[in-house]
Design a protein around this ligand. Structure first.
Ligand code: MN
Length: 697
């Protein structure tokens, strides 16, 4: 742990006029406030804020940021108050500490609470002062570095997942790639231990085979550039397991196809030299087409500048090369922080940096929420929009929501009575997808009722359920009317007259609530003539043919949108699993066939009656089908079945459809929990050296 004088010395090194007494006071304050509190590692708690402050000195941040880092957990976790912090350290530091404290609240919230309320808080705090975010990122980075001390696996995974979903994208957004990479690597190990083990294993294997190539190649690059008279620094590294994993998932490729697992960086003195170096490398080695990117002439939106290219080295080894000046490098790796670094004679951020100004403006301009979402890249919020009532009440809805969804979100009755909508004061169709920040006024009529056609465009469960309920009630009335006609016919065939009382008694005998239920059961053909006759007058149905039996479903799959009790089965062509969007098609005599919405066979049944279905909560035993191409050598099948076992997926059926000298093609039916489970298995297969190809069919 950094000692008090070491920390102060570090700050003084780059900020000679820093207030030494104030820094000392902050150090002592955090030590006193955290007192005997301990970390999971057994270290005194105050070691954590001190380390976070140390991280901030590496970025040469101003003394306010360093002090904020020292105090960042005092208000949250000790008896310290913001007022006290303000008394000792002044209003600016109090504001920063308050900002970090607010950000910490996001960690104790459930995912849904987080979505609505806290994105705004989060960004508000960030927009007030970006240094708050820098401290928060350093805080998280240090917590990730010490994550292995936490005993509970659940807790480790939860923290790692949160890091992956919120903090790493945020670090990327502000251009702090070093932080992003380290967070991802540490989180990946916890979130996907199986994949992590597989990939690190493969990397170790390659390292053993190719033996220290990184250093050798770096030297060759340096020599080639030196011969052209360029003075450069060359460094090389293996890509980290998470970026390899992500590439496999994004490009749907196997480990074998990711041949560029090494990356090299060339640092030059000038922009001119960057392009010269690029020319030399492209002449010396083969270029992989389509991989060249010029982020110097067109920087990324977060200010990142560099040339990227990919080359094939002597023996077909592929590698990625990044070329940039030393100045660009500093900005690239620490992004935003580089501009907040202490500058003599002034501590304000560099006003010339357009992208930084842009970011602040984007965050400030909360009316343009869409832009803001885009730029913060917080995946968990990207699928949501925020819309207002004319009185200013805020409703959070899934992306793609329409005025009908909005109306039902406000009140079920409002949804039922909707006939039109004004969006931002203009009349718009009810099917119009809402945009972030829209003000939505619903035009209603007491005589109106929900329309079946709305189901084609609403996206929220609440709207869907309410429309279905209303439509079902209406349908029920219609069905009951049909049932009435059928019952009248049945009654005429009976030897004796039956009255109201006899019908009520028959309904009871059949386990139904009353006459109306009986009419509906007849109208929907749940009861056949024979059963009704027997219930009305026992013995009257003798001589009538036995009814046809419906097939029973075999697994514990629950599906919403079906009338309970209706027979259904999963289509053989597309094998939908929970997570896929699904529809049902009524097959005469066989009940409902459930298809994935993108199933090709559906195109053949366009005029069939499509049922809008969704997965129920408790579904087990869904079966997905995979095609795997394995290398034809001993042990590959065992390796693959091992992957299924480690992923808790039961093999329902496995058969070889093709085999030649090199490959064997298998079709496998797997019992999986859901789509995510299946996708994880496909990725694990692709990571295996036994597998040439793996895909869902
Ligand atoms: Mn902390």
């Amino acid at each position: 742990m950094l000692r008090q004088y070491e920390l102060v010395e570090r700050v003084k090194e780059y900020a000679p006029d820093a207030d030494e007494a104030l820094l000392n006071r902050a150090y002592v304050y955090t030590v006193q406030k955290h007192g005997t509190q301990k970390r999971a590692s057994g270290d005194p708690y105050f070691s954590h804020p001190v380390e976070v402050a140390g991280l901030m000195t590496e970025l040469k941040l101003d003394q306010e940021t360093i002090i904020t880092a020292l105090l960042h957990d005092t208000v949250e976790d000790t008896l310290a108050t913001i007022d006290e912090v303000e008394r000792y350290f002044g209003p600016e530091i109090a504001r920063l500490v308050d900002g970090v404290t607010k950000l910490s609240k996001i960690e104790v919230m459930t995912e849904s609470e987080r979505a609505a309320e806290n994105l705004r808080k989060f960004l508000l705090a960030m927009s007030e002062d970006l240094r708050v975010l820098l401290v928060k990122l350093a805080d998280r980075l240090h917590n990730m570095r010490t994550l292995h001390f936490i005993r509970s696996e659940d807790k480790r995974r939860r923290i790692a997942k949160e890091t992956m979903e919120i903090y790493a994208p945020l670090a990327e957004r502000v251009g702090m790639y070093e932080y992003m990479r380290e967070m991802q690597l540490l989180a990946f190990e916890q979130v996907e231990p199986e994949a992590y083990a597989t990939i690190t294993g493969r990397l170790a294997q390659i390292r053993a085979q190719e033996g220290g190539q990184v250093g050798q190649i770096a030297l060759s690059i340096k020599q080639a550039l030196a011969e052209a008279g360029l003075k450069v620094e060359v460094s090389g590294r293996e890509k980290h397991p998470y970026s390899i994993w992500r590439k496999m998932a994004e490009r749907h490729v196997s480990f074998e196809q990711i041949t560029d697992i090494m990356a090299f960086r060339v640092l030059t003195d000038s922009v001119d030299d960057c392009y010269k170096a690029l020319g030399v490398l492209h002449q010396q080695w083969h270029v992989i087409p389509g991989r060249f990117k010029d982020y110097i002439s067109t920087p990324k939106s977060n200010g990142y500048k560099s040339l990227h290219t990919a080359l094939i080295f002597e023996n077909s080894m592929r590698m990625e090369v990044q070329i940039r000046t030393r100045g660009m490098h500093e900005t690239n790796e620490y992004g935003l922080a580089a501009h907040w670094a202490y500058k003599q004679g002034g501590v304000s951020p560099d006003g010339e940096i357009a992208w930084l100004r842009d970011l602040i403006e984007i965050v400030d301009a909360s009316h343009d929420a869409d832009e803001l979402m885009e730029h913060t890249k917080l995946a968990i919020y990207q699928d949501r929009i925020f819309a207002f009532t004319p009185k200013g009440a805020l409703f959070q809805l899934p992306k793609g929501s329409t005025p009908v969804d909005f109306a039902y979100a406000v009140h079920t009755d409002l949804g039922s009575m909707a006939v039109g909508a004004k969006i931002n004061g203009r009349h718009m169709p009810l099917r119009t997808p809402l945009a972030n920040g829209d003000v939505v006024e619903i035009i209603k009529s007491r005589k109106s009722e929900p329309q079946l056609s709305w189901l084609a465009f609403v996206v929220t469960g609440k709207a869907r359920a309410a429309i279905r309920r209303a439509v079902r009630m209406k349908e029920r009335a219609e069905v009951a009317a049909i049932g009435r006609k059928l019952l009248d016919e049945i009654v005429e065939r009976l030897p004796a007259k039956v009255g109201k009382k006899a019908i009520a008694a028959a309904a009871r005998r059949l386990g139904l609530g009353g006459e109306e239920d009986l009419l509906v059961a007849i109208g929907t053909a749940k009861l056949d003539d024979r059963q009704v006759m027997e219930a009305l007058v026992p013995g009257s149905a003798k001589g009538l043919a036995e009814p046809e039996q419906w097939p029973k479903q075999e697994r514990a799959i629950s599906i919403r949108g079906l009338t309970p009790g209706v027979a259904f089965h999963m289509a053989d062509c597309c094998h939908p699993v929970p997570g896929d969007r699904i529809v049902g098609i009524r097959q005469p005599g066989k009940g409902v066939e459930v298809h994935a919405i993108d199933c090709l066979n559906l195109a053949n049944g366009v005029d069939a009656d499509w049922l809008d279905l969704s997965w129920g909560e408790r579904t087990t035993g869904a079966v997905g089908r995979l095609r795997c191409v394995l290398y034809n050598r001993p042990g590959t099948l065992a390796e693959v079945t091992g992957i299924f076992a480690r992923n808790n997926a039961n093999i329902v059926q496995l058969h070889m459809s093709q085999r030649d000298d090199l490959f064997g093609t298998y079709e496998v039916d797997l019992e999986v929990d859901d789509l995510a489970h299946l996708t994880r298995i496909v990725s694990s297969l692709r990571a295996s050296e036994a597998v040439a190809e793996a895909e869902r069919i």
